[in-house]
Every structure is written in C-alpha cells, then in structure tokens.
Design a binder for this molecule. Structure first.
Ligand code: ADP
Ligand code: MG
Length: 413
C-alpha cells in the first residue's frame, strides 16, 4: 500500500510553512500514521490543509491556473500567504509500499511576468538503488518547463543538475504548456514507470465533499464503481456493487445496517424508469424508507461505510469534518471504523480527517492527531499531539484524548 509519510506546505494561505510527518530534509521525524486526524480552532487552517491536498490533485487533473481559479480558491493572489511573494510550494514524501525507497515530489507554483500562474519547478527524487541512507537524487527535474528526466526504474541524476555525458538514461525535456505538471505528461510514457505510478497514485486521491442532499437526488440507473466527491451517485455505486459483488455486497449492507442506529435492513430497487433507489428498513414500519426520507446523519454514515467497503478503495482518502449531522455517540465508532480500514495492509487506504469533535478524538492515539494553531503573526503552526509529554502521559493513564482536548490540555502554547 502506498503511504504519504509526510507533507509540507509553504505559502499556501494561512499555511506559511507547515509540515506533517517526515520529509526528505527532516528524517528524524516520525512518518504519518495510515489514519491521520487534524484538529484545531476555527480559522486555524484545517480546511486549508485539506485543500492543499485538493489543490495538488486539481493541478494534476486540470492545470495550475485552473486549479488556482476554482471557485473555492479565487485565484493565486488569494491563495498565496498574505504579505508573501514568490512561489507556493508543496512537498510530498511517500513510499509505494513498506519496503520501497521513499520518493519525494516537490512542486512550486508562481506567477509569470504577466501575472499568470505557472509551474515554476517540479522535482521527483529517490535514493539510488541499494542505498539505505543519504541524499536522494532527481529522476525528474524541471524548471520553467525545461529540464531532465531519467528513464527506467532505477536511474537517477548525479549531483544536482550535472550528470555524466554518456548517461543514456537521461533525456532533456521541454514542456509546451507551462501550466501543466510535468508528471501529467511524462506519467503517460512507458519509459517512465516511476512517474506513471506517482501520477496514478495522485490521480487516485479522493477528497470527500459529501453533502447529504446530493445523495438524495435520484440518479439515473447505471452502475458506477466509486462514490463521487459529493456522494450523489450512491445509488449507482450500490447498483455496481450489487452487480459485480453480489454476495459480498449483501454482507456489506447487513454489516452497515448493524452500525447505523435505527436501521434494520438496507436494500435496493430499480424503479420503472430504471433509476436506483435505496431502501432503509427501520423495523418499526412495514414499508421501507427511501434515501429521500432519511436523516442527513444516516445517509452520511451509509456513504462513509460504503466508501470504506469499496473493494478497490482509493489510496488516499480525505474527509473534512465527518461529524456534521452525526449523533455524538456514533463518532467514536466511526473513528474506529476509519482506523480499521486504514490499517496499513495491502490495498487499504490512507485516511486523512479534519474534525472539531472531541468524541471523535476520544477514539484516537496521540500519534494520530495533529493540532493546528494560528500564531500571533497570523500564520498557523502544527504539532503532533504525541509530542506533548503531559498529554502522552495522561493518555497512558487511560484518559481519553478528546476529553483532554476539551479541557485545553492540547493547547500547548
Ligand atoms: N492568503 C492568506 N494568507 C494568510 N491567511 C489566510 C489567507 N487566506 C485565508 N487566510 C486565513 O486562513 C484562515 C482560514 O483557515 P481555514 O483553513 O478555513 O481554517 P479552519 O478550517 O481550521 O477553520 C482564516 O483565519 C483566514 O483569515
Ligand atoms: Mg474549516
């Protein structure tokens, strides 16, 4: 399973310089856990961190200018940290699987002379094969769309941009569109399998902007493999699961039904005009309820559980404030569900969650939780809760983490 061990953000809104987990330059830090949760007061930067992942994914899916101009972002000038100039930077430190050498991806986005966002630089680097320590070397290095790529599985550059003349794995690259990521283009080429895998990994990220009303719409019939970001194709996913994984799906629905309070049975039906409806039976009334009549919370839990039961889940799943609309006692078990699925095993997703809810945090360990705080100068800092000794000790004595947060033990500064 691929895992992001660390993520660094610079100059992105309130996140002037924030790192979670391990990066190539801070090898002493512990990597991120497969299940990572970020907490913090309003305005501390949770949504910004969530969107930093979304922004990188959108840069790949579209181009950096389109990603900057998307509605929720409002253009580069609003995205760059107030009072700062230069580039917005991201660094992803990840491993394709446990034994693999880590790969670093660095991306810098800036404005050109005419004020248009473009890819200022892009680097992918990895240690040489057989090397367990030491500095990684590039296998893709682009500045202003020009640079070098090293083909195959193992080739890397020499020190910085210099490399030997006779190195036949090395090819000069010049991109035609300065707004496109190099990995978008090069990742389609057979001779660059590492870039392809990284691009595919990034493409597979799933950011949930689930809102229950979307799930109430009646989609046209037609199976779809994965839940979309707004969750309005639940019915289609249900139909897919029913067709492709019939027995497994029955079990899944039965299991989900036991986890949603007040639901005894979940079934599907196709209407005369061939649309899919989900039926929830509460055991009290003979007739089932349809998604249109269900509570926000029920639909939301159903969507999350269905997403987790996906036979081929996305490698990286981000969920912003899953608690909205959910009964507080359900939250601890939802957190436990997330952790059980993000277990580090093959084909399990890595799950990243932001939350406001102490009950959710009660189910977590200090290593899993990061707290964002806005500093006096208006920018955020982040800390892993396991670095707070008092908190670690109190948790060891059996106190729940959410309760400690509620009682202000996590506000270290
Ligand atoms: N370009 C920027 N530079 C600095 N701070 C910014 C910028 N854009 C927004 N902010 C600040 O970021 C904060 C919003 O952070 P957000 O990620 O929505 O927090 P949360 O989700 O934790 O409530 C606000 O306090 C806002 O003033
Ligand atoms: Mg927010």
């Amino acid at each position: 399973m691929a895992i992001i061990e660390g993520f660094g953000v610079k100059n992105f809104r309130v996140l002037h310089d924030v790192t979670i987990g391990k990066l190539s330059a801070n090898q002493k830090s512990e990597p991120l856990t497969p299940f990572t949760v970020v907490i913090g007061k309003n305005g501390s930067g949770k949504s910004s961190l969530f969107d930093a992942f979304g922004f990188v994914a959108d840069c790949l899916a579209t181009d950096v200018e389109t990603a900057c101009d998307m509605k929720q972002r409002g253009g580069f000038d609003r995205l760059i940290s107030k009072g700062k100039t230069g580039a917005i930077r991201f660094e992803i430190y990840y491993r394709e699987s446990a034994g693999e050498r880590p790969i670093t991806y660095e991306l810098a986005i800036a404005l050109d002379r005419l004020g248009r966002p473009f890819v200022e630089s892009e680097v992918l680097k990895q240690r040489r094969k057989g090397q367990r320590h030491g500095r990684p070397f590039p296998f893709l290095r682009l500045t202003h769309g020009k640079g070098t790529v090293w083909a195959g599985e193992d080739a890397v550059g020499e020190d910085e941009a210099q490399s030997s003349e006779e190195d036949n794995t090395q090819t000069p690259v010049e991109l035609t569109d300065p707004r496109q990521l190099g990995i978008a283009t090069l990742g389609t080429l057979k001779e660059h399998p590492r870039i392809k895998r990284f691009r595919d990994f990034l493409k597979g990220w799933y950011l949930s902007y689930f809102y229950p009303d979307a799930a109430r719409s009646l989609p046209s019939a037609g199976p779809q493999r994965h839940l979309n970001v707004h969750g309005d194709n639940i019915g289609n996913v249900v139909q897919y699961m029913e067709r492709e994984h019939k027995d497994r799906f029955k079990n899944i629905l039965a299991r989900i039904a036991t986890k949603i309070p007040g639901v005894k049975e979940i079934k599907t039906d196709v209407t005369l005009d061939k649309r899919v409806v989900i039926q929830f039976n509460d055991g009290a009334f003979g007739d089932p309820f349809f998604a249109q009549q269900m509570s926000d919370g029920t639909l939301k839990v159903f969507a999350y559980l269905l997403m987790l039961e996906d036979p081929a889940p996305p490698p990286f799943l981000c969920i912003e404030e899953p608690e909205n609309g959910l009964y507080h006692k359900l939250l601890e078990s939802l957190a436990t569900e997330f952790r059980e699925h993000a277990n580090g095993k093959k084909n399990s997703p890595q799950i990243f969650v932001t939350t406001h809810q102490p009950y959710f945090v009660d189910a977590l360990t200090p290593e899993e939780v990061w707290i964002l705080e806005k500093g006096k100068e208006g920018f955020s800092t982040i800390q892993r809760v396991s670095e707070l000794e008092i908190v670690r000790n109190l948790v060891e004595q059996g106190l729940p983490l959410g309760g400690l947060w509620y009682s202000d033990y996590l506000d270290s500064r």
